[in-house]
Structure formats: C-alpha cells, structure tokens
Design a protein around this ligand. Structure first.
Ligand code: HEC
Length: 116
C-alpha cells in the first residue's frame, strides 16, 4: 500500500470513530400521547438507573439512541422483542417489571424508548 492510501485509510477510520455522536432524540414537547405516557413510566420506573439523554451509564447503561443503534449494551440486537424481554424479565441486577407494568404500559414504554 502506498503512503497516500494509508493516510486515506487512517482518515476514514478516524471519521468512523469520530462520528459516533448520535443525532438528537425527539424533543419531549413533540411526543405523541402514547409516547408521553411511556415517558411518565420511564421517569417513575427507570430513570433511577438509566439516563435517557446520554449513552453514559448510571446504574445501567445510558439509553440515548437505544433503537437507533444496532446492538444493546449486552450485544443483543436492539429490537422490540429483546428490549421488551429485558423489561419484563429483568437482567442481572436490573429488576423484572413483568408484574409492575400492564401490556399497554409496556407498549407505551417501548414507544417512548423509540424516541430516544
Ligand atoms: C435498579 C436499577 C435498574 C432499573 C430500575 C432499571 N434498570 Fe435497566 N438495567 C439495569 C442494569 C444494571 C442493566 C445492565 C444489565 C447487564 O447487562 O448486566 C440494565 C440494562 C438495561 C437495558 C439493556 C439490556 C441489554 O441487553 O443490554 C435496557 C434496554 C434497560 N435496562 C431498560 C430499562 C427500562 C426501560 C427500565 C424501566 C422499566 C429499566 N431498565 C429499569 C438497571 C436498572
């Protein structure tokens, strides 16, 4: 490989690493009724352990961009089925919410998580 190709490669690698910042989440003022209901559930049940507006961890991983990234913190695919399972059944020290949330509340929460 010549010198020019190496530096182009290095630059594109840097770009790929540097571009990790996500586009902003949907503003709270623009949430639908369903998403806003999910936000209220998040605040009461989840925000003690998870930040919604950053990828930085609190007790659990930050959830900004949860569904806009291909994988969850655990490496599992970021899809509704997987996230719903984590919420209903828990994961290591994260408690299960299967007995706390109704089916409708779980759906509202997922709708809100999609806005992050
Ligand atoms: C008592 C603290 C606590 C609460 C409350 C909590 N979590 Fe968690 N959560 C965690 C921890 C810790 C992890 C990391 C678990 C692990 O993989 O070791 C986690 C992981 C997750 C993950 C990533 C799962 C994966 O596969 O990587 C999601 C999504 C999540 N939580 C969503 C929620 C939602 C939504 C709520 C509210 C219903 C919630 N959590 C409430 C502590 C909590």
């Amino acid at each position: 490989m010549n010198k020019k190709r190496v530096s182009i490669l290095a630059l594109s690698l840097l770009g790929a690493i540097g571009c990790r910042h996500l586009a902003p989440s949907k503003p709270l003022s623009e949430l639908t009724a369903n998403e806003a209901a999910g936000h209220r559930i998040f605040v009461s049940q989840c925000s003690g352990c998870h930040y919604a507006n950053t990828e930085n961890g609190l007790h659990g991983p930050g959830l900004e961009g949860l569904f806009r990234k291909p994988y969850l913190a655990s490496g599992a695919p970021a899809n509704d089925d997987r996230v719903t399972a984590v919420i209903l059944h828990g994961r290591s020290v994260m408690p299960a919410f299967g007995n706390t949330l109704s089916d409708q509340e779980a759906e509202e929460l997922i709708a809100y998580l999609h806005t992050l």
